[in-house]
Unconditional design. Structure first.
Length: 194
């Protein structure tokens, strides 16, 4: 069984290769093996922004990541259910909440924009995480608070899972490719732009 520590090391090494333009896992896959089962290293909750592609930025192949994407990487019932599936049935030990620079959904919430239709429900989920300061400050806080919510929910049920679970918030810089890892136990701090 994979540990969250080993899974995190795989992701950090993959992001390092991505930044150096030395990716090597994207095209490597065994369709026959993948058709039998999946065994992902991590769950990645991230934004559906087309510039945020976890398989690429972590240099992983098919079957390596259990990716949940929606605008603003918000957490609702469908996200909780998807995460439950990954940790309960796939024994995935690591959940990454991945915010990113230049997020349109967080920017809309930060600027108090009101949307029509379903977009407003997404912005409303982000509203409670908005802080004074820059959009990046709000992005960091939204990512951190979403990770805290997930971690609290999972801690209530840790005894039901075989594996030790860890939730880690992070910010992806779409300009540099760097992932800045955050500490879930601390307040959001300003993250360098690299």
């Amino acid at each position: 069984m994979r540990t969250w520590q080993k899974s995190l090391a795989v992701l950090k090494n993959g992001n390092s290769r991505f930044i150096q333009n030395k990716v090597n896992n994207i095209l490597h896959h065994d369709l026959e093996l993948l058709s039998e089962a999946q065994n992902p290293y991590a769950v990645i909750l991230c934004c559906s922004d087309s510039r945020v592609s976890p398989d690429i930025i972590f240099d992983r192949g098919l079957g390596d990541l259990f990716v949940i994407q929606n605008a603003g990487n918000v957490c609702d019932t469908s996200v909780f259910g998807s995460i439950q599936y990954a940790i309960q049935f796939l024994k995935t030990p690591l959940i990454i909440v991945l915010g990113h620079t230049g997020c349109g959904a967080v920017t809309a919430a930060h600027n108090h924009k009101r949307m029509k239709g379903p977009l407003q429900s997404i912005v409303s989920l982000i509203d409670k995480h908005i802080v004074d300061g820059s959009v990046l400050d709000s992005t960091e806080n939204h990512t951190l608070e979403t990770a805290k919510t997930l971690s609290s929910a999972l801690n209530l049920h840790q005894d039901k899972f075989e594996q030790e679970l860890k939730v880690i918030p992070a910010i992806y810089n779409i300009s540099s490719g760097y992932i800045s890892w955050m500490d879930i136990d601390k307040e959001a701090l300003s993250i360098p732009d690299h």
